[in-house]
Design a protein around this ligand. Structure first.
Ligand code: HEM
Ligand code: HEM
Length: 206
């Protein structure tokens, strides 16, 4: 599986095709896209008849996150939780080259991407937890744990759930802009590897 290509400003760079994203990580990603978009839509436009469906989208998101965390301990190297915590040295070394107009060719998330993934997973976990304690008086509906908490806790959780949804929307916007930046500016298609698993990697990097 060898392919060579020139890398923008860096004509000597040689890239090889490598299987980077394993099947569970890819399935997780596209399933998460579906449950999160469904959850956001059904939360935003909630009605008496559909709020339960919003809860189910939330539980499905929770199950996917639980799976991803477990997979982060057993999955392939680029999918490991460890890969989401770049060292400060690696982080600054990478950001210094960010504006260079050639593909980074990293076998996994780049250090900046890793932090954004971490932010997204944390925000979604937060959203699931606050959702369990939220209520919508108007729809006579409440998360399954709201009954166990006091009134002021439920109010706070509901408000945090609202704010959390805005944070998630912003993170998704940044996520998509970042992917477009890589595609258009750095001439690196990150979407195809998330579909096929195979990515063009700079030779001699793992
Ligand atoms: C609801 C919207 C989305 C959410 C919550 C989301 C979440 C995530 C997460 C958690 C990861 C890390 C994957 C892992 O290591 O397990 C990721 C990576 C990625 N996502 Fe998304 N995503 C969303 C939408 C999209 C869309 C619409 C696209 C394509 C246009 C996309 C393309 C990618 C790509 C290419 C990566 C890998 C980035 C890299 O190479 O470092 N995502 N996303
Ligand atoms: C554990 C599962 C979840 C439960 C039980 C739950 C429960 C609720 C409840 C009771 C409300 C109504 C709150 C109110 O009246 O302001 C709500 C609103 C909302 N939820 Fe969830 N939720 C869950 C997960 C999620 C997830 C994962 C997302 C995002 C991906 C999300 C996004 C939203 C949004 C956008 C709203 C509307 C917020 C607003 O405009 O005030 N929820 N949720």
């Amino acid at each position: 599986m060898k392919a060579s290509a020139s890398g923008g400003e860096n004509p000597d760079a040689v890239f090889v095709e490598k299987r980077v994203w394993d099947i569970p990580t890819r399935l997780f990603h596209w399933a998460l896209v579906m449950t999160v978009i469904t959850g956001l839509y059904l939360g935003e436009f909630r009605e008496f008849s559909t709020i339960e469906l919003h809860f189910y989208a939330g539980y499905a998101t929770a199950a996917l996150l639980a799976f991803r965390i477990l997979w982060g301990f057993t999955g392939s190297k680029p999918s490991r939780i460890r890969a989401l915590f770049p060292s400060p040295k690696r982080f600054f070394k990478y950001t210094a080259t960010l504006r260079k107009r050639h593909p980074s060719g990293i076998a996994g998330h780049n250090p900046l991407g890793a932090l954004s993934v971490l932010a997204m997973i944390t925000a979604l976990l937060f959203q699931v937890i606050t959702g369990l304690f939220s209520e919508d008086d108007g729809l006579f509906s409440e998360g399954p744990l709201a009954g166990y908490a006091g009134g002021s806790t439920v109010l706070t959780m509901t408000s945090l759930h609202h704010t959390g949804s805005r944070v998630i929307m912003a993170l998704i916007g940044i996520h998509i802009l970042a992917i477009l930046f890589y595609l258009l500016w750095k001439r690196e298609n990150l979407i195809k590897p998330m579909l096929t698993g195979i990515k063009l990697i700079r030779r001699n990097t793992d």
